[in-house]
Design a protein around this ligand. Structure first.
Ligand code: SF4
Length: 500
């Protein structure tokens, strides 16, 4: 039997994709994926450093494994992703039972590292890290020169091999798939650790991307999401100096995959959005009219401190251009509240921006200084926690108002959805939305008019990324269907399946 591997993923879609690619390689080498650390010979955590909360969860998981490792010294424990890169080998001092440290820009090395950690009994050299079980520690982190450089030649991009190795088997669920188009980031927003953990921005060769999307479409993908930290900044310079822009790439993928019903992309950077890219969205009917485009603040002063490179006016102009080209466009954003020196006036500007743009939803975060960022060195975290909390709640309240109005306007409309699977709404949504109606089936009777005791409640997603609850069977997962919207709440739409 192959070695048994447990992997848990934290953070963004990029990490989800990294995990999928790593698992593809390891499965091909005979590793068997299991559902719990207790059943595993190898435990990997694919980590995120963007928020403190995600890091704390990993520290707690590693703490829990300390006793397990004492009972099972052959257990191999690996920390991969952004925390590995940010913490470096200092992590071994705090957690000596960890065997593997692999940054996100080095994941192509992971199969060899695992092999060495599990199999090799070679005597460690003086320079090797040795864990307390006597195994050689495996470390792959970005060279500091690479980390500081803002350019990386495509030929140096060894990580391309990880994406190229992607295999899609008939048993894989590829109905909604991710394809990376850029890696890393050169923006250096002052609060963000990503440029230091994922390294300089690299743009993948367009033909590699197109081939990957074709492969997924042929395997039955219904929706492909192109990924990049600043996805719309994509511009590939060919050896003959021709440039494939983001707009060019969208047109080429759209043309090459006529059977792919949905193409989308995240996350967009406001300053980089060209009219050509908006036109490509408008002209290609299978590109979803949806933009996740983080604003972060409505105050020019705060945007400058964040090093975002645009003003609130420029952001609003972009939204106006997008809406005038695609009146049905659906928008989502991110805000950080309580950034150092943020005043009530700055906060009011963020609320004004939210009201003006009428986002479908906003991901709102309280600022917390992250180790390794510019902001932690340059600015005092001077907005008191109660003010951060209140501003967070105020922004959330405005968003809920806007979302509820947006959703009410959807009632009666007929829209296409992709069925994502069974609803986890009762537990998750109830926490996030105080107005949420509990849908639990009580005593075999539906607690909500949309839920029958004989059917499952499913989660579906519109082309504009709105979540719709519909009744149906789990066998519908991955299908594109039409629904009529019958009801709404601030975070959710309710609908019924219709024939046309
Ligand atoms: S654009 Fe800014 S926030 Fe986004 S990954 Fe790059 S540095 Fe971080």
């Amino acid at each position: 039997m192959g070695r048994r591997l447990y992997i848990e993923t934290f953070g963004c879609q990029m990490n989800v994709l990294d995990t999928q690619l790593v698992l593809g390689q390891l499965r091909a080498q005979g590793y068997q994926v299991v559902d719990t650390p207790d059943d595993a010979d190898i435990v990997l955590y694919n980590t995120c450093s963007v928020r403190e909360h995600a890091e704390q969860k990993v520290w707690s998981r590693l703490g829990e494994l300390r006793a397990t490792k004492q009972q099972r010294p052959n257990l191999v424990i690996g920390v991969i992703g952004c925390m590995a890169e940010r913490e470096g080998t200092g992590l071994f001092r705090r957690y000596p039972h960890v065997n593997i440290l692999c940054g996100p820009a080095e994941l192509d090395k992971l199969p060899a590292m695992l092999h060495n950690a599990v199999v090799t009994s070679a005597k460690p050299s003086d320079t090797d890290h040795v864990s307390h079980s006597g195994r050689r520690r495996q470390v792959a982190l970005m060279a500091s020169t690479t980390r500081r450089s803002s350019t990386l030649a495509a030929t140096d991009d060894h990580l391309e091999n990880l994406d190229l190795s992607r295999s899609v088997s008939s048993t894989d669920d590829v109905s909604q798939a991710y394809v990376r188009i850029t890696r890393g980031c050169n923006k250096f927003c002052t609060y963000c650790v990503v440029p230091y953990t994922r390294g300089p921005e690299v743009h993948r060769p367009p033909q590699n991307i197109i081939d990957e999307v074709i492969k997924l479409a042929d395997a039955g993908a219904r929706e492909v999401t192109l990924l990049g930290q600043t996805v719309n900044h994509y511009a590939y310079r060919h050896p003959d100096a021709r440039v494939t822009s983001f707009a060019d790439l969208l047109y080429r993928i759209h043309e090459a995959t006529p059977a792919l019903p949905r193409l989308r992309f995240v996350t967009s950077f406001p300053r980089d959005f060209t009219d050509a890219a908006l036109q490509a969205m408008r002209d290609c009917p299978r590109i979803c009219h949806y933009l996740h485009i983080p604003a972060q603040s409505g105050s020019d002063r705060i945007l400058k401190l964040m090093n975002r490179g645009y003003t609130a006016r420029q952001y609003l102009d972009l939204i106006d251009r997008a809406k005038s080209m695609m009146p049905d466009i659906s928008l989502a954003t991110d805000f950080i509240v309580g950034f150092p020196t943020e005043t009530e006036d700055d906060h009011r500007r963020s609320m004004d921006l939210l009201r003006y743009c009428r986002f479908k939803n906003s991901f709102i975060f309280k600022y917390s200084p992250r180790p390794g960022t510019i902001a932690i060195d340059r600015f005092e975290d001077d907005v008191p926690e109660p003010d951060k909390r209140r501003r967070n709640n105020e922004l959330l309240a405005v968003q809920q108002e806007v979302s509820a109005e947006n959703n009410r306007q959807m009632i009666g409309k007929r829209v296409e959805v992709i069925i994502e699977g069974e609803s986890k709404l009762t537990s998750r949504q109830a926490k996030a939305d105080p107005s949420f109606v509990d849908l639990t089936i009580a005593g075999n009777k539906p607690a909500h008019p949309h839920l029958s005791p004989t059917v499952t409640q499913l989660i579906a997603r519109t082309r504009g990324d709105q979540i719709v609850c519909v009744d149906g069977g789990p066998f519908l997962k991955g299908q594109l269907l039409r629904v009529q919207i019958t009801d709404s709440q601030s975070l959710t739409l309710f609908g019924k399946l219709i024939a046309d």
